[in-house]
Design a protein around this ligand. Sequence first.
Ligand SMILES: Nc1nc2c(ncn2[C@@H]2O[C@H](COP(=O)(O)OP(=O)(O)OP(=O)(O)O)[C@@H](O)[C@H]2O)c(=O)[nH]1
Ligand SMILES: [Mg+2]
Length: 302
Amino acid sequence: MQRRILHDPRTDEPMETVAVVIPTLNEERSISAVIEDVPVNDLRKNEFKTAVYVIDGRSVDHTRDIAVQKGAQVVTEQRRGKGVALQTAFRTVDADYVIVVDGDNTYPISVASEMLRLLQRYDVVIGSRLKGTIEPGAMTTLNMLGNTLLTLLARALFSVNITDVCTGLWGFRGDAIRRLELKAQGFEIEADMYSECARKGLSIAEIPIHYRARADHAKLAAIRDGLRIGAFLCRKWCMSRTSNPSANSQPERAGTPDGRQVALVQRLGVINRQKKWIHSSEFSDERWSDQNRWIEGNSKTK
Ligand SMILES: Nc1nc2c(ncn2[C@@H]2O[C@H](COP(=O)(O)OP(=O)(O)OP(=O)(O)O)[C@@H](O)[C@H]2O)c(=O)[nH]1
Ligand SMILES: [Mg+2]
């Protein structure tokens, strides 16, 4: 799929924009590393113009000052909650692509170029820890169990086979993000994003990532928030069943065989939703041809 690249005629700057959105609450120990890891030059080489937004929830440490020093645009969200912060971000930023990454330096934002490559073809891309690697100590056994169970629950309810529903690394096409009707205030936001993608028939790809250990303590309380996320998924499922079925609209973008398609980037090959191995030649864009990548789609439809 060939992407048409537009340049500002006066400055010759690329006109496709990427907003990297980082929600933070007292992340002074890690925010600097996260911002520094945004591969701005790499993205520039691939003709994207990048802006970093830190959506801070009234941190009482130096998070905001550090973010400003590092060149990020800082938005203070007075209300508590990661979900509230992300909803504010999605209303505030206006970009062709939006990448969301946690501010605790546990997710590799360095894979942004690879995510954007997939966003040429898919509406949404997530970084999957459970398909990737996890640094020892980064995820407790309880969290691992919780993440696995919540992912299985989400898949059973919404029939889109992603492997890590609670991941803190998401990429969206701008037109896709504007279609999400998000309501979650806290750590249910990922479940909300996932279920909205499923309801709207958006195509999701996932890439395996390396998940690092946190330098500081988490804000998430594993059992309490895990239960909330599970309850949120069940409520959302009930609501989608009772609401207008046309809410489960069809995918609008060309090139995705089915909105419920999920892709997993692998080294070896491509598998389509009928589980046949195929070569995705139309997928290769000239600019990405140095990365000899393929896709696996493992969707199941209702
Ligand atoms: N703006 C804002 N950000 C928040 C809030 N709560 C958490 N965050 C940020 O959301 C991101 C995820 O929070 P974490 O505490 O790391 O939660 P988690 O990653 O689900 O849990 P762990 O895997 O245990 O780290 C981090 O960057 C937090 O700083 C909040 O109330 N407001
Ligand atoms: Mg975290």
